[in-house]
Design a protein around this ligand. Structure first.
Ligand SMILES: Nc1ncnc2c1ncn2[C@@H]1O[C@H](COP(=O)(O)OP(=O)(O)OP(=O)(O)O)[C@@H](O)[C@H]1O
Ligand code: NI
Length: 646
């Protein structure tokens, strides 16, 4: 499956099955509770000026330390006779305002530093991040105290101090994300299109880090309120007579035993406020975090669900076949739609044989291949029918442990893009050693020797030196060889190669193909080779299956199919291959598009694009017609010798 082309199809009529962000947030009970409580607190705090409250700063020594529920003072009074309810509401207002402002300031400067450092890299990055490290080297409450000590006590200075000590959180988070983004293709593309650094930073990069900024804000604002309260509690924040939650708590400290309500009430308020903010913040993070969003948590299955409808066919295994797949059906269920990506496919790969699967993009080649070892993501994918026998063993009814054991040992995969298969942060040697030791508990040194040997087999010059290289230090062809070496680590019975040469140029492609060809001759490995290129097929495959809309439409030996294609679709595909020395040959692409696999026509799926289609083609499902030993075609008006000459 190629990264770009095989993005899941979204049915045009319906919006995606994913609920909206608000819905997701509301589904989270704790976050909703946090939201409700926080909204109530904020509303009351905002309404403070219009509520019938006593003056929060008016002292009344006669009424000092009244208990809660006293006449005219619902929550009682403090040591100076001030109304606690009024002070609580005004104080919450101040604490919220300071906490949120500090968050905004920290988020602004922190994100800016992070963006610039991550984007610019090099010396700017070093200087900025070492500065941030210095700030982080101090325990932050100590640093905040030091800042306030220099600036002098006061609410505004406390706000600055809290903002400053929180800048590193933002800077480091955002730098990490930006660093990853700045080296991505879309940023390169923007650079090539002539955009300035500032434009790239704010138009291309910023929107992508925005969710992270919001997440960091939502998870830190509670702490900032707490820290502000801490400074005020120590007498360094809000100055008398102004109330904020921290200073109220501080006022009550000395009379904790005689009049506990004076400190308990603001204490409770701080607790409820910070708790509700943090619950809501966690909810927001779960909704916005791209990793959680992509379903990383909701996709716990490491293997495609097998839900075979009806009886499992009882097939007699073919003794000569290493891989024998019968009537494979794989579907995707998205929304209410069923996409029949693979609709009844038979594949047989003998020892040392190479079976090619050819077809246009989206015809189901990758899904067929990945179904075998249960690599199709589930949900939405599921195997709904068929059997896959690996040397007689039914893979679809094997245990998960058994499948894990077979993956990468008896059956290995080589994918199209070696860069996305190899881990960028480990040397190829380490990765090879790991692949070897995954199924074979050799000591490290011995595994290292085996890894070098594998690299030599795939003809990488100077293997022991190359082991120390990182994937990006190798050329595309070399990387693909490393992947093939990995596939060979355990004497695989079958190698499933999914367009392994598509990303390579023709010379390297030829080398990789001849390498695979030698290997299967020497080791008797079966190869299932997926490609859309008949040129490649003729170079390596013994037999070919042509796939269209999830089914094989023609099978036969490479020679038969290339010299005498019977299905009009095969003929068209072959016509697409350029021939050296025939520059005038028309390379017409096949008109039209393949059908959507959630809405397949009743009859032949190719009929709408077929020049030979007649009424009976569209009337009923077309079965496979046998033309000879192992030679089949799914067409009722196949091409004959005369047609091809015409
Ligand atoms: N994870 C998925 N979720 C939903 N649909 C999918 C998923 N993977 C593949 N499909 C759909 O299954 C069908 C077959 O896809 P597949 O990747 O097998 O095509 P392919 O023949 O390998 O094409 P290509 O040459 O582009 O790699 C396509 O219609 C594709 O959109
Ligand atoms: Ni594919």
């Amino acid at each position: 499956m190629t990264a770009v082309e095989s993005a899941p199809i979204q049915p045009a009529r319906k919006p995606s099955g994913r609920p909206s962000a608000t819905r997701l947030l509301l589904n989270n009970t704790l976050a909703t509770a946090g939201l409700v409580v926080l909204a109530a607190i904020v509303l009351i705090a905002l309404a403070a000026p219009i509520l019938p409250l006593a003056d929060p700063d008016a002292t009344a020594p006669a009424n000092r330390l009244l208990r809660p529920l006293a006449e005219g003072h619902l929550l009682g009074t403090d040591a100076l006779g001030r109304d606690i309810l009024s002070r609580l509401i005004w104080g919450t207002r101040v604490s919220l305002a300071v906490g949120i402002s500090a968050t905004l300031i920290a988020a602004f400067f922190g994100s800016l530093i992070g963006l610039v450092a991550g984007y610019a890299g090099g010396r700017i990055d070093t200087v900025l991040m070492r500065g941030i490290d210095m700030v982080m080297a101090f325990p932050y409450i100590l640093l905040a105290l030091a800042i306030v000590a220099v600036l002098g006590p006061g609410l505004l200075n406390a706000l600055y101090a809290i903002a400053v000590v929180n800048i590193p959180f933002f800077a480091r988070n955002i730098r990490g994300i930006t660093l990853g983004l700045a080296r991505r293709e879309f940023v390169d593309a923007a650079r090539l299109s002539g955009k300035s650094h500032a434009q790239i930073l704010f138009i291309e990069v910023l929107p992508n880090v925005l969710p992270v900024i919001v997440i960091t804000m939502s998870t830190t604002v509670g702490w900032m309120i707490l820290e502000t309260a801490g400074l005020s509690f120590l007498g360094l924040g809000a100055q008398p007579p102004q109330a904020d939650l921290g200073s109220m708590l501080g006022d009550g400290r000395k009379i904790l035993f005689t009049a506990p309500h004076v400190s308990i009430i603001p204490g409770l308020m701080i607790f409820v406020l910070v708790m509700s903010i943090n619950l809501l913040g966690d909810g927001v993070r779960d909704v916005l975090d791209p990793r959680l969003k992509s379903g990383a948590l909701s996709r716990p299955v490491a293997r495609t669900a097998v839900m075979r409808e009806g009886l499992v066919p009882d097939v007699a295994p073919d003794p000569d076949a290493v891989l024998d797949v019968r009537d494979l059906n794989t579907q995707f269920r998205l929304g209410g739609d069923v996409y029949r990506a693979v609709g009844g496919v038979d594949m047989r790969v003998g020892k040392g044989e190479c079976l090619g699967i050819v077809g246009e993009s989206g015809s189901g080649k990758s899904v067929s291949a990945m179904s075998i070892m249960g690599l199709v993501p589930s949900p939405p994918g599921r195997i709904t029918g068929g059997v896959a026998l690996l040397e007689g063993e039914d893979l679809f009814s094997a245990s998960d442990a058994r499948i894990r054991q077979l993956r990468g040992s008896a059956v290995s995969h080589v994918f199209q893009d070696p860069l996305s298969t190899l881990h960028p942060l480990f040397t190829v040697g380490d990765q090879l050693v790991e692949a070897i030791r995954a199924h074979d508990p050799l000591p490290k040194a011995e595994a290292g020797r085996k890894a070098a040997e594998l690299l030599r087999i795939v003809r990488i010059p100077n293997p022991s030196e190359r082991m120390k290289a990182y994937p990006h230090e190798l050329s595309g062809g070399m990387r693909q060889r490393v992947c093939i070496a990995m596939a060979l680590a355990h004497d695989a019975r079958v190698i499933i190669a999914d367009e392994p040469t598509t990303a390579l140029d023709v010379t390297v492609q030829a080398q990789v193909l001849s390498l695979l060809d030698t290997l299967r001759a020497e080791r008797d490995t079966g190869i299932l080779f997926i490609t859309h290129d008949f040129g490649v097929v003729s170079a390596i495959c013994d037999r070919v299956a042509v796939m269209y809309a999830g089914r094989f439409v023609e099978t036969g030996t490479t020679e038969e199919i290339l010299s005498a294609p019977a299905h009009p679709y095969t003929a068209k595909l072959i016509d697409c291959v350029p021939v050296l020395g025939e520059p005038d040959r028309r390379l017409d692409a096949i008109e039209g598009r393949p059908p959507m696999v959630n809405d397949l026509p009743e009859g032949c799926a190719f009929a709408p694009r077929c020049p030979r289609a007649q009424a009976d083609c569209r009337a009923a499902p077309i079965g496979l017609t046998e033309l000879g030993e192992g030679r089949t075609v799914r067409c009722i008006h196949p091409l004959t010798g005369d047609d091809r000459d015409a």
